[in-house]
Design a protein around this ligand. Structure first.
Ligand code: ADP
Length: 646
């Protein structure tokens, strides 16, 4: 594009989503509008990080020696606020790209949420910064003037009143970086007050690592002798002062940092409103130099629109940010952990790709994971209730770790918690406790897989175990099946699914039930059931374990993906659960009566209906019924038969 064609402003339309967002923001009643400053300062800080990184390898940038900083300048008369930085800057195309379409991920999920939920948008704005556009909560007009760091680029101005379009004009700015001039709305003139700006910066941006200057006008000071003259000769002069704390908290000694500072830093780092559950400040010099603060948030889902697309730790090398979201520093299952890591042992002028293959990263990663596990163990000991809170939010990640990380599996096992047939709804048991409570003759650790605690508590598989007072672990997270298929034993005790057809159980002293369907009648019953259910079951046979339930479905021996079935059913659309064996309780009154009915009235329609419903109950108990609504008509028919006419 040549100079001549763009002398007069060129008007461009916003993308549709931006228009929608601007419309919402302009009419927002959100009371904490101050967060717009957090968003703009954070953009400036990103731009400064990027130029700092660029200059490690490229000396050919505009204003190579300029101080890396943000400056705020307010004017109460004209109700304007100017935010400028010496960051990486934007050329014309980047202005159009970045400020004309939606770049900000928070803004995207915000809009999605705006469509899907009826939740108060005003609240949501605060929780998920909507990036640059939040400036339109306080602005009538915004002018962004930017000069890219590339010597060949020119400066451009972007101007918008927050309606459907924005304008571009070539600008006259020779220094590198971006300036945002905000014409404040009448009811937003508080943001032209210096004390207010300082207050907001301290609250939201105190730990930004670059200086944030506030420009102040001060009366010119005169010497004492000139005191009399000063009255008449009142003038002002400008000065500027850094207003953010700017400390790299992680580089201080842990003893010198207050709990509050950790919390504040966390909030500014993550924009989370809630305090973190736990912080870990780690300082090592050997074998590798590392300064790190890690946080475990208190909630997995931070508010409605928590769809954070990126995760990872902020990685610094000697205070210079080299990666915003590093994923090599912690095993994937610790992806809920937030924080920063800084090391002197990483080469500075390296590309991000090289960082990943650096051997020191592996050292650091091992140290971080070990420390995290250790802190969690200590939390579990010292503050068990707090640990359970953690477990309820993040336990599934540790289970994923047990399944996916053989090297750390053993050390993670201590952190697992379960409900079981012997715990109340608020009680939990560890594997160690389970083993301690095992019966003398018991050799295996028993577990049942299912949808939720209430359902598995009623599982017919538990009949035998209840009758014999043997504890069974309830595994009710979809990931549990994955975990058990990778975790075969604990302290040399095998983990054993109770739905296993070949389950070898210690003999039960059981009073031989007197009332039992006779041999040949039972054969007839089995044949009838097989005929009714056809190939929906692989076999029908007598159960040795059932006590109070009439039937159950068991998995054929060696069914290889048995524990994975629930997970696969959730993940694969057309996954068909493999067929099971139906076991019948020969002593159960329903089974006995059914057998009688087959002998006396084999054409009775209640027979097939009862068989069908027994099978359906089995599927329900396993949490694998494909279509429970199918039962309604049949149950109604059975009820009609059960309730005698007048
Ligand atoms: P986000 O910062 O999450 O990407 P924003 O809507 O706040 O979303 O900003 C969009 C993009 O505009 C940024 O990604 C960045 O590329 C660019 N940008 C915003 N402010 C600045 C700035 N001060 N300096 C350089 N680029 C900026």
């Amino acid at each position: 594009m040549t100079q001549e064609t763009v002398q007069s402003p060129e008007s461009l339309e916003y993308r549709t989503e931006v228009r929608q967002l601007l419309d919402i923001l302009a009419h927002s009643l959100y009371t904490e509008r101050e967060i717009f400053l957090r968003e703009l300062v954070s953009n400036s800080s990103d731009a400064l990080n990027r130029i700092q990184f660029e200059m490690l390898t490229n000396a050919d940038v505009v204003d190579h020696g300029a101080e890396l900083a943000v400056t705020l300048r307010a004017d109460r008369e004209s109700k304007t606020l100017l935010i400028s930085d010496t960051g990486i800057g934007m050329n014309r195309d980047e202005l159009v790209q970045n400020l004309g379409t939606i770049a900000h991920s928070g803004a995207k999920s915000f809009l999605q949420g705006a469509k899907e939920t009826g939740a108060s948008l005003d609240e949501v704005i605060g929780q998920f910064g909507v990036g640059f556009y939040s400036v339109f909560m306080v602005a009538d007009e915004v002018t962004v003037t930017s000069r890219s760091h590339r010597p060949e680029d020119q400066a451009w101005s972007w101007h918008s009143t927050g309606e459907s379009s924005f304008e571009l004009t070539p600008a006259d700015k020779s220094s590198r970086g971006t300036e945002i001039l905000i014409k404040l709305k009448d009811d937003a003139d508080e943001f032209a007050n210096n004390w207010r700006l300082e207050q907001i910066v301290k609250k939201h941006s105190d730990y930004v690592s670059f200086p944030i200057y506030l420009v102040e006008e001060k009366p010119i000071e005169h010497d004492a002798e000139d005191g009399a003259e000063a009255e008449t000769d009142a003038g002002t002069e400008e000065s500027q002062r850094v207003i953010n704390r700017r400390t790299a908290l992680w580089r201080q000694t842990p003893q010198g940092v207050e709990a509050e500072q950790y919390t504040e830093f966390y909030k500014q780092l993550t924009f989370d409103f809630e305090e973190p559950l736990l912080h870990i400040h780690l300082v090592t010099d050997a074998p590798v130099n590392m300064r790190s603060i890690l946080y475990i948030p208190s909630k997995l889902n931070r508010g409605l629109m928590s769809a954070r697309t990126e995760h990872g730790l902020r990685l610094y090398s000697r205070k210079i940010l080299i990666q915003e979201y590093n994923r090599e520093l912690l095993p994937d299952y610790f992806r809920f952990v937030e924080g920063v890591v800084d090391s002197e042992d990483l080469p500075l002028n390296v590309s991000r790709e090289v960082v990943q293959s650096n051997p020191n990263i592996r050292q650091m990663s091992r140290a971080l994971a070990n420390r995290l596990t250790r802190e969690l163990k200590s939390l579990a000991k010292k503050e068990p209730e707090k640990y359970i809170k953690f477990w309820q939010e993040f336990g599934i990640f540790l289970k994923e770790g047990v399944a996916s990380d053989p090297t750390n599996q053993e050390s993670l096992l201590e952190l697992l918690r379960f409900h079981s047939s012997k715990t109340g709804p608020d009680e939990w048991v560890t594997l160690a406790q389970y083993v301690e409570r095992m019966k003398l003759e018991q050799e295996q650790i028993y577990y049942v897989l299912g949808e939720d605690v209430k359902t598995v508590a009623r599982s017919p598989h538990l009949d035998y175990f209840r009758a014999n007072d043997i504890e069974v672990l309830y595994l009710v997270d979809p990931i549990d099946g994955y975990m058990t298929s990778m975790l075969r034993e604990y302290e040399e005790k095998q983990l054993q699914n109770v739905d296993d057809a070949g389950l070898k159980l210690p003999e039960r002293e059981q009073e031989e039930s007197t009332e039992k369907v006779g041999e040949s009648d039972f054969d007839a019953l089995v044949n009838r059931v097989k005929k009714t259910l056809g190939d929906r079951v692989t076999d029908v046979r007598e159960s040795k374990q059932l006590v109070s339930n009439p039937c159950r479905l068991v998995s054929p021996e060696n069914e290889f993906d048995r524990d994975m079935q629930r997970l696969r059913r959730l993940m694969e659309q057309d996954y068909e659960t493999p067929k099971k064996i139906l076991e019948l309780n020969r002593s159960h009154v329903l089974v006995r009566n059914l057998s009688g009915l087959i002998q006396n009235d084999s054409a009775n329609r209640l027979i097939d209906a009862t068989i069908e419903q027994l099978f359906a109950n089995g599927l329900l108990a396993e949490g694998i019924h494909p279509n429970p609504a199918e039962m309604v008509e049949r149950i109604q028919m059975l009820m009609e038969a059960a309730v005698p006419g007048a």
